[in-house]
Write a new protein. Structure first.
Length: 293
């Protein structure tokens, strides 16, 4: 069967050497920015997103790497930026760029809609649609003591798996990124994170080369909302994830295991999360050659 290959991986969006890029595996934190494109200006908005990415990466390299994605099977024309940073202080570098970098000023203020009333990004995106979440690699469940993590806000997510670097998938080289969020019940936060980590660790062992799962938690946002970044080689590889859940005895036992103590009512993993709080968003790298871009 032919694999579902949509577009080149996101690391092709920047001319910087691949081994110098920050991504979901080696960064200390990630700013996830989402914006809804005004349908009338979908072409111009994507051009702006690419120019902004290029200018930001030039100004902030090697302290930050921005990669751009399109939402698939979700809301039409919603763009996602993953801004990978080493530490929160690096956000100050971004603010410095916004205030003083001449190239950025040109990108953000130039008249890009001269043939349609004038304006820039403020008209290309739906009012009030920009959202940002800051996520950091889940701490307390990995052992990165033997590795150099100096300068990083948290031990990077790549230490959550024993996958070798030559098969590990991340936001830079994956064909598809499935972003899953879930709201853990406050009283069961410890058990919820443990389950989330064990689920990802199983897939990392069984599906190396096809799937890599990293676990993050939200910072300065909603308390006890956790994030999985499920990196797939292609969309077809998600079928392998589903087959693990139905046909792998080890994972089926992990899913059926009692997670909630009897004194708290008992229950498996489903009792750890607020009902209806698990959400999946399928992202593919933005590609300038795609239709309408």
């Amino acid at each position: 069967m032919t694999a579902w290959t949509f577009v080149p991986p996101a690391q092709e969006q920047t001319p910087d050497p691949v081994d110098e890029l920050l991504h979901t595996g080696n960064s200390g934190l990630i700013i996830h920015r989402v914006g809804q494109v005004n349908y009338r200006f979908r072409r111009q908005a994507r051009s702006f997103a690419r120019d902004l990415q290029d200018g930001t990466n030039k100004a902030l390299h090697p302290y930050a790497t921005t990669l751009v994605y399109e939402e698939l099977f979700g809301v039409q024309d919603r763009l996602h930026w993953l801004i990978h940073m080493k530490a929160p202080n690096d956000y100050g570098r971004l603010l410095e760029m916004v205030d003083h970098d001449a190239e950025y000023q040109e990108i953000a203020e130039a008249d890009r809609l001269s043939e349609d009333g004038g304006g820039n990004w403020e008209r290309m995106f739906a009012e009030g649609s920009f959202r940002e979440h800051i996520i950091v690699p889940q701490h307390g469940l990995t052992h990165a003591d033997d590795h150099d993590v100096e300068g990083l806000f948290a031990a990077p997510a790549q230490f959550q798996t024993d996958q070798s670097r030559d098969v590990m998938l991340h936001s830079g080289n994956a064909g598809v990124v499935l972003h899953r969020t879930g709201q853990v019940r406050y009283a069961l936060r410890k058990q919820g994170r443990k389950f989330a980590f064990e689920w990802g660790a199983h897939l990392n062992r069984e599906l190396a080369g096809r799937c890599t799962v990293f676990l993050y938690e939200e910072q300065w946002g909603t308390q006890d909302r956790i994030h999985w970044m499920i990196h797939l080689r292609t969309l077809d590889d998600y079928r392998a994830v589903l087959e693990q859940e139905t046909g792998n005895d080890e994972l089926r036992a992990l899913l059926a295991k009692q997670r909630v103590p009897d004194h708290a009512g008992g229950g498996d993993w489903g009792a750890l999360f607020l009902d209806g709080s698990l959400h999946d968003t399928v992202l593919i790298p933005h590609y300038p050659g795609a239709a309408g871009s």
